[in-house]
Structure formats: C-alpha cells, structure tokens
Ligand binder design. Structure first.
Ligand code: FNR
Length: 201
C-alpha cells in the first residue's frame, strides 16, 4: 500500500516509510521479488516502496550537485523521505553489482551531509548459489559505513538457493520469509529507537 492511502487514527503512531532498493535491474530479478514480497507483507502503518535504479546514470562529479540528472534527484529525494532503507542485492563476481555501488555513490554526496547520513539500512543479499551473496553484503555494508548511514547489526540475511525459493515473482519459502520478517522487525525497532532519541528529526 502506498503511504498516501494510509488512513490512521490520530492516536496511531506515526507511519513508517521504508524504501526498497534492488541491486538488480533484471525484470525477473530474485532480489526484486524478495523486496516485492516484503512490500506486500508490511504491517499496518508501515509502507515499503520500491525504487528502481534503472534510470540512474553513471556517476560523474561534473554533473553532481544542483545540475544532477533528474533520476538522481528523485532517488535522493526518495531516500530523504524514507525512515529506513531495505536493500536486497545479488553478488556479481564476489562483490556488489556496479549498479548498486554507483547509486550509493550518487546518494552519498555531498559527503557526510547526504540523505544517507544516519539512515538506518537493512542489507540483504540473495543468490542462486550456496553462499547467498554474502561477499557482496560486506561491500554494501562497508560502502554505507563510508556514507555515515546506519547499516543495522543483526544476523545476516543472505538468501541462498534463491531460485528455488521464489515463485511467480514472490519469495515463497516459509522459513526464509520468517527470517526476513524478523530482519524487517529489527529495522523497525532501530527506526523507533532513533525516533525516541531524536524526536524532531
Ligand atoms: C553472477 N552471479 C553470481 N552469483 C554469486 O553467488 N556469486 C557471484 O560472484 C556471482 N557472479 C555473477 C556475475 C555476473 C556478472 C552475473 C550476471 C551473475 C549469479 C547471480 O547471483 C544471479 O544471476 C542472480 O540471479 C542475480 O540476481 P537477480 O537478478 O536474480 O536478483
């Protein structure tokens, strides 16, 4: 459900907006399927909106700042509006895909004052292989740390054999669903803690 369609009683806690970012542009991406599934499962008062990286061009400092391409501006604005990010990425050649690194690079500017600063992030990886993309996960965490984002600490979500767990564009494995639901719950707890610590933010 889109946040704008939320009708909440005045006593309800403020809505939480999560932004889902897939490291894969592929139409039938397993990572995007995982995020799509999570979006369907958000509890009341929480929305997860996916933002495609398809239109984000290669980073060029000459085009950064006020002159940034529209796709970059809208990506950064979506990050600013979100209370937290949920990234699900494949692993390419033991690392994160260039598409995702490129997007993080755009979003990280201006350095230490970007929309990523203090943003809680749940990192997930998925792979048809047995390691679940865990090597890419380290790189995503490291890059986000450089931006002063807050990748949350919890047991890693590295979904192995993902091709057998996705069906008709949705994650369909009960045990994995339980694990990723718990990961989202941890992200929401982190967001709630930050709200308590910094009420005006
Ligand atoms: C891969 N793949 C892959 N998988 C993995 O577990 N470790 C790896 O190092 C790589 N390397 C790699 C490089 C390149 C260029 C491609 C295209 C693929 C396989 C990859 O995990 C698989 O294609 C996933 O299905 C991609 O994720 P999506 O698109 O399904 O989300």
């Amino acid at each position: 459900m889109n946040i704008d369609q939320n009708t909440q009683s005045p006593s309800a806690r403020p809505a939480v907006r999560l932004l889902g970012i897939s490291g894969s542009l592929r139409r039938d991406s397993h990572c995007t399927a995982v995020l799509r599934t999570l979006a369907d499962r958000m509890r009341e008062g929480v929305t997860l909106t996916l933002h495609s990286l398809e239109e984000v061009p290669l980073y060029n400092a000459d085009h950064d700042g006020d002159q940034a391409p529209g796709a970059v501006k809208s990506f950064k604005s979506a990050i600013s509006m979100a209370d937290g990010l949920v990234i699900c990425s494949p692993e390419y050649n033991y690392g994160m895909p260039g598409v995702l690194k490129n997007a993080i690079d755009w979003a990280s500017r201006p350095a230490f004052k970007s929309p990523l600063v203090d943003k809680p992030v749940l990192i997930m990886t998925a792979s048809p292989g047995t390691a679940g993309g865990v090597r890419a996960q380290y790189q995503v965490r490291e890059a986000l740390s450089a931006t002063l984002a807050r990748p949350i600490s919890r047991p890693q979500v590295a979904i192995a054999s993902v091709a057998q767990k996705v069906s008709e564009g949705r994650l369909a494995d009960a045990a994995t669903l339980e694990f990723v639901d718990a990961a989202v719950a941890d992200l929401l707890r982190e967001i709630a803690m930050l709200r308590t610590a910094h009420p005006g933010r």
